[in-house]
Design a protein around this ligand. Structure first.
Ligand code: FAD
Ligand code: SF4
Length: 328
């Protein structure tokens, strides 16, 4: 690891002024960034510690929630309003990492964690366009079991590893930002980028910008919602695929539905085609499979990850059947 400055910010203004060079990085719990520094994937000249900024979860006037960027993952998952009004979010956070890591990790750090593609971490021996633009991608013809089936490009097929962000995508969360140019907000669905020709550009974050909060609007589908993660072992493993979904039935028909899929793209994948198939329909397992098929028509698979198509289909149908109370 190379030497770097460490600065600890007490508030937002101090954090923005301390991040005064392009080589500065904000530090949350450090559970991803410090690993990347140890492996020489990232080498910031300065770390601006924002983990001690005020961290609260507050009600909004319209009945939603604002969650501070420095709130720890475990605190967000345990908060009564999150557990009762947005259960998919609580369950998604608890499906990630370990209790110790969730106690350290912050909301902002979770959103900005980087891919777990093994070639990205293997700086000494592998080609990776995300790490070094233009040198190639060893995953496309290599070990791609964990890689994308939606939205990949010839330059990168990495997935975003966050569980929490899958629920945030289903909930239409908004990311609030503050930076040298002022404050702005970005829908979470537009925050992470697909790789295209520039897999090294992963988000809409501008240089020096700080995530300050995320906002959850009230949602008719959120109270009856859940998160299911399918992985190679039952804990402490990243998702092969995951589903965050919420459903509201009125008079036996689907009035509101939200579905997002994890482990399948460089961003949490909102399944809008599947949602469209389901609106106004009676909930049956056959209809849920049909909806998943509509979404999966756009899938592009590789040697190691073709199984994800069937896995997404079955998991989607199982989760929606559970929420609707019909036979899976
Ligand atoms: C062994 C292991 C297993 C894991 N398993 C899972 C899993 O199954 N599912 C899952 O979802 N996650 C998993 N994680 C990832 C874990 O959730 C992330 O490491 C964590 O969420 C990152 O949070 P952090 O606060 O520690 O971020 P940091 O490591 O501090 O920072 C990550 C990034 O966010 C930036 N950043 C932090 N705060 C801000 C801010 N306010 N504004 C702008 N930029 C900011 C940093 O500059 C850095 O680029 C795992 C991690 C480990 C180490
Ligand atoms: S999939 Fe993306 S992150 Fe993985 S090796 Fe290819 S370019 Fe790098």
């Amino acid at each position: 690891m190379r030497s770097f400055d460490y600065r600890c910010a007490a508030d937002r203004t101090e954090a923005l002024s301390m991040a005064d060079t392009a080589q500065a990085r904000f530090l949350g719990g450090g559970t991803n960034l410090v690993d990347l520094m140890r492996q020489n994937i990232e080498a910031p000249a300065a770390l601006v510690d924002v983990s001690r900024l005020p961290a609260a979860i507050e009600e909004t006037p319209d009945g939603g929630l604002i969650i501070g960027a420095a709130v720890r993952n475990s605190a967000a998952a345990a908060h009564p309003a999150v557990r009762t009004r947005y259960p998919m979010l609580s369950r998604a956070i608890l499906a990630g990492a370990s209790a110790q890591i969730r106690n350290m990790a912050t909301i902002a750090g979770n959103i900005l964690q980087r891919t777990r593609c093994p070639y990205f971490y293997d700086a000494a021996g592998s080609r990776c366009n995300k790490r070094e633009p233009g040198i190639g991608c060893d995953a496309i013809d290599g070990f791609n079991r964990y890689h994308a089936i939606f939205g990949g490009s010839e330059h990168c097929i990495a997935t975003h590893p966050s569980d929490m962000c899958v629920a945030l995508a289903a909930l239409d969360a908004t990311v609030h930002l503050a930076g040298p140019g002022g404050e702005r907000s970005v829908p979470l669905l537009d925050f992470h980028r697909l790789p295209g020709d520039h897999p090294e550009i992963e988000t809409a974050l501008r240089p020096g910008e700080l995530i300050t909060e995320i906002e959850l609007a009230p949602s008719a589908a959120a109270a009856n919602s859940t998160y299911r993660k399918v992985r190679d072992r039952s804990s402490y493993a990243f998702a092969l695929v995951s589903i965050a979904a919420g459903l509201q039935l009125v008079a036996g028909k689907i009035e509101h539905v939200r579905i997002a899929v994890g482990g399948v793209a460089a961003k949490p994948w909102r399944a809008t085609r599947a949602e469209q198939v389901l609106l106004g329909q009676a909930p049956t397992r056959e209809r849920f499979l049909e909806a998943a098929d509509a979404e999966l028509a756009a899938a592009r698979t590789f040697d190691g990850n073709a199984f994800k198509v069937e896995l997404v289909k079955r998991t989607t149908a199982a989760v929606l059947s559970e929420l609707a109370g019909v036979d899976a």
